[in-house]
Ligand binder design. Sequence first.
Ligand code: PMP
Ligand code: GLU
Length: 398
Amino acid sequence: MEQPSKRITSIPESATLAMTAKAREMKENGIDVISLSIGEPDFKTPKHIQQGAIDAINEGKYFAYPPVNGYLDLRKAISEKLKRDNNLDYSPNQIVVSNGAKQSIANVFMSILDPGDEVIVFTPYWVSYSAMIMLAEGSPVFVNGTFENDFKVTADQLEAAITDKTKAVIFSSPCNPTGSVFTKDDLEKIAVVLRQHSDIIVIADEIYEHINFSGKHVSIGSLDGMLDRTVTVNGFSKGYAMTGWRVGYIGAPTWIAKAANKMQGQYTSGNSSISQRAALAALNGPLDATAEMAEAYKSRRQLVYDLLREIPGFEVNMPEGAFYFFPDVSHYVGKSYNGTTINSVGDLCLFLLEDAHVSLVTGEAFGDPDCLRLSYAASEEDLKTAIANMKESLAKLS
Ligand code: PMP
Ligand code: GLU
């Protein structure tokens, strides 16, 4: 008898992973699908990081359960990194290493939310924030950034959304899915509002820190008076091409770090020992490979921008970071092909998967039903073919 809980039936499946699974299935059936649905570097983990894992295995010292919150030397290296690069002063005891930034964020929501607590989510938002908030019995409050303002929520919008139930605010910068980057000035204005509400916790997802084409990354936690109530989320998946190693972390006020540690201790224990040693090698090693990858994304960004702008009905912003485009494609909703009507951008994505053999993700999963997300973490050749195929398929709609 199948009786899944109300908790699990109330949340959607992760749309990024669902679309990617569909593309994988088509590939297994011999169809040549180009996957632009998942946000995953197409590069290999740099050699010196791989070597860190190999050395750890050869040393034979890392086969037992690691500490729940991560090895002390790794937490020390993270604490130093946050101080050096981000001007954030979290001690090693304020760091919790987890099974990807995904678990880091889930831990935080489980640690701070009581039923009914509101979390302001800057929208468009990364797909899993809302489901994680609901799983922790909180209520997401979506505040929409506009296309005209590069999808960035303003301080006034934030102010208007705050109620006496607001427990936290979450956003990513550089942003998944829009690629927008909050400048120091943007963050300072947001901090002005937040300083008047000292109980609100800020969750700053900085996992795309190294993929920023607009200048130096700024952490909101480094602004005056913000550190004590800011949880900074980061990880190794994007900047070091380490998605499969599953290492993410938070720097947080001590009480939140303690709670996240407790949560993780009951749910999963510490993160994979060998992956943690690889992560330490990443922090201790050079950033050349990271910079080369960022350069490659930058030149692909220009290529994709030029190609997408040639597609009629696509409204495209120039992203400043991460590796996504988030065009408004609502022009195509209501059109049809062979008697089938495209009723939503979700339908459009399915049409493009079947007809153009390109997998994308509907913007609805990120809180904006007019847009779709295209990940350009793919080869230039694949990007050119994919966009040419999309253009050809879209021309069939009328
Ligand atoms: N935050 C954002 C904005 C992301 O795009 C991702 C990538 N899925 C994550 C968090 C989680 O990353 P990971 O679990 O691979 O560290
Ligand atoms: N961050 C990636 C994405 O947004 C990974 C997929 C996921 O974990 O949802 O596509």
